[in-house]
Design a protein around this ligand. Sequence first.
Ligand code: FA5
Length: 342
Amino acid sequence: MHQKLQNLKNEALAQIISAQSAEELEQIRIQYLGKSGQLNDIARLFKDLSPAEKSSVGLLFNDVKSAISDALSSSKLSSLKSSSPADFDPSLPGVKIALGHLHPITNAIEEISSVFEKIGFSRVRYPEVDWDWYAFESLNFPDNHPARDDWETFFVDTPARPHLGRMLLTPHTSNGQVREMERVKTPPIRMVNIAKCYRRQVDVSHTPMFHQFEGLVVDRGITVANLKGTTDYFVKTFFGPNRKSRLRPYHFQFTEPSFEVDISCGICNGHGCKLCKEGWLELGGAGMVHPNVLKAGKIDPSEYTGFAFGWGVERTYMMKSGTKIDDIRLLYSNDIRFLTQF
Ligand code: FA5
């Protein structure tokens, strides 16, 4: 019934916008809001709903009804119905047109790009549908790694290619690492790859489609200190000067050593609270690029070293103080009441 009401609202609003006369608007009013109109037809079905359904459908019903009547009364044509030139009052304020805005994640991506561009990173974009070679094989994943299982990754039903393997929806932006090494050929490399990722996961902190931003720096003499400095710079610029970062030992196939990066909680300032428990929130993975990955990108590991990190855009955005989003799925629910708050 939710879908039916949404469709009805969209149809009514589209008809109101394209109405050519006051008579046409009146017809639309009768069709949707009249005694035997489509909204009342739906209201008659309420009796068959459970009490819980009744309250959620009821809320949407009222929302649809007021959206249609507001659109009817604010339509320029409705004032033509009874007005003669003498009734027209030019001193009345005009009708405000509702303006949309970019999605909060689009804004977050722009902000993240500009934070890294300020310290010399180039924003790049690599395919979101890519070969197993770039997503796994070149990143030092063994054949039997669980992430390569159908259960974790969405594979595309096309024949595998020699060397490149199967085609898949990228489960992380790390597929950009070897692609960037192939593009630049000779370091220095300083890229930030921001793209959509796909995994078979959905709950309060996971969506099947999400975004990651992947940093990769390769040059002579790059060390963990450069990784820590870059992380600190990002954390203080994006979240605020009081937030701190820490590296926790971890394991990734394509970095050695590997870390999980945590940031101090913005609510309790690192002291421990209901949200973070011990004062820290996890941002994502990082580490020093594994020599095998440099070799796969035809870069000599005896001459160059590098660091890489990959963090979730949605989770990073949700950790900004004051965002107060406690369920990641809300970001993609397309609920205008949620989106207009940002
Ligand atoms: C990776 O994806 C590594 N490629 C990160 C990396 C890059 C490590 C470079 C080292 C060097 P992980 O699976 O932990 O790591 O994902 C990183 C982040 O992506 C998570 O911390 C989280 O913020 C985000 N993320 C992962 N899965 C989801 C999901 N289903 N929904 C939303 N965000 C997700």
